[in-house]
Design a protein around this ligand. Structure first.
Ligand code: IMP
Length: 440
């Protein structure tokens, strides 16, 4: 299966970085298709070093892999520069291996200002209206893209037109900041032009026509991973709107975010965490606000890789993940962080919802917030297992019976097989059911 999408099936932070890094070993290309530096993909190398990538695809630590940032990604030059420096400092070659689409839109300083100003305003208005964004300027950058005012990398090549566009944007944004948001924090056109000219020079070696590059690679039968950021339930169309990100992490986004045809995609791997987490606001039917939720947070180190915010934790919501399986055509699941559930007396999976008012059973997920606020989860409960019982296991068939019962129930509920099971952050802490998946 040469072209494979790997995407998040919950609210993000499923451990996609580890899975992409693992699968990348047998690939020639890894391509990011949406989002920006709001993502935080954590990778632990065999020597124990850990890295958090925000923009660079998670294949960069495999020397034979070419990494692509597609047109669908919004690029923060400052974050990208820091990240390239971090990866190079780790002794990894980036030049000649990282390729960025000239059609990708740029995050400008005013996007970050507007993101923060909008969130502050929504927070002040109360009622949990703030989205709880990462503050990385993602929403405002995509707003400009779709309003056809955005600045793309290619625009940097034509200085007079770049400056003209920037002037127009900045006068509009400064007005918005002062009149609507009561801000005194304004942007200076000349400063931005100077900064982005430096960026243009630094980035020049990486910029190319990535759609052409990828389509050629597809024609040659290369093994290609398409790496999603965020996740299905944060999708602008299919997530719990408006508590979503501003891009399309779902499978369709891979095609539009890279310029490759849907017919070229061979399979979709959904990354599913063995429990649920969510960072930011919005509905979360299986959330645990008790000591078990706290325990999951501690054991799973559930703090945002980008913002450091504590993540909300809860039991696995199979209703929500079933929906992600349907929307994305997920045939194969990579289950992560199973080890985090160890040492609990019992573990639970939400298999259905129940309407609070009349007890009506709801089988299918909905993004209708009103409905989501009037349901409660129906759980199936399983006996727990001890962490020691997982030690040294390299084959799913050797897992303790209680673990296997939990895994079989997930497969039954999702209608997809668990082909990869992750028991820790390291590459070697992984069981793969079908070697064909890992070997692509
Ligand atoms: P934004 O993408 O920064 O606009 O944030 C919108 C929503 O998506 C917020 O709830 C964020 O917490 C969430 N979000 C964005 N990126 C990630 C991620 O990489 N993992 C988990 N949640 C994310």
């Amino acid at each position: 299966m040469p072209v494979t999408i790997v995407l998040g099936s919950q609210w993000g932070d499923e451990g996609k970085g580890k899975i992409v890094d693992l699968l990348a070993e047998n690939c020639e290309y890894v391509a990011r298709y949406q989002g920006g530096a709001n993502a935080g993909h954590t990778i632990r190398l065999p020597d124990g070093r850990e890295f958090v990538l925000h923009l660079i695809p998670s294949g960069i630590f495999h020397p034979g892999v070419q990494c692509i940032i597609g047109n669908g990604v919004v690029i923060d030059p400052v974050a990208l520069r820091d990240e390239i420096a971090m990866v190079e400092a780790a002794g990894v070659e980036v030049k000649g291996r990282l390729f960025i689409s000239y059609n990708a839109h740029l995050i400008m300083p005013y996007h970050k200002q507007l993101d923060k100003a909008s969130e502050a305003r929504l927070s002040k208005s109360g009622d949990g209206k703030a989205v709880g964004t990462t503050g990385r300027g993602i929403g405002p950058a995509y707003e400009d893209k779709f309003a056809r005012k955005g600045i793309r990398i290619v625009d940097l090549l034509d200085r007079p037109s770049f400056v003209e566009k920037l002037r127009q944007n900045i006068s509009e944004k400064n007005e918005l900041l002062s009149k609507f948001y009561d801000s005194t924090d304004f942007c200076d056109v000349e400063q931005i032009v100077r900064d982005y000219e430096v960026f243009d020079k630094e980035m020049d070696p990486y910029i190319t026509d990535t759609a052409l590059m990828l389509n050629k690679a597809i024609a040659q039968g290369s093994n290609i991973l398409l790496e999603g950021a965020q996740a299905a339930l944060l999708d602008i169309d299919f997530g719990t709107y408006p508590y979503v990100t501003s891009s399309s992490p779902t499978a369709g986004g891979a095609c539009t975010g890279l310029g490759i045809p849907p017919t070229s995609v061979d399979s979709v791997i959904g990354v599913v965490k063995a429990y649920s987490t969510r960072v930011g606001n919005g509905p979360f039917p299986t959330e645990l606000s008790d000591e078990i939720g706290e325990r999951l947070r501690k054991a799973g180190r559930e703090y945002g890789a980008t913002t450091g915010r504590p993540r909300r934790c809860g039991w696995l919501d199979a209703v929500a993940v079933r929906y992600a399986v349907m929307i994305n055509g997920i045939s194969s699941v990579a289950l992560t962080k199973l080890d985090v559930l160890s040492d609990l007396p019992e573990v639970k999976i939400c298999t259905r919802y129940e309407r609070i008012t009349d007890g009506k059973v709801i089988e299918n997920f909905t993004t209708n917030l009103k409905t989501l606020s009037s349901i409660r989860p129906i759980f199936e409960t399983f006996d727990g297992w001890k962490k020691d019982e997982l030690a040294g296991i390299s084959d799913r068939h050797d897992l303790p019976k209680n673990v296997e019962k939990y895994l079989s129930a997930i497969e039954r509920e999702l209608g997809a097989s668990l082909d990869i099971i992750s028991l820790g952050a390291g590459r070697n802490e992984t069981l793969s059911e079908k070697s064909s998946v890992v070997n692509l």
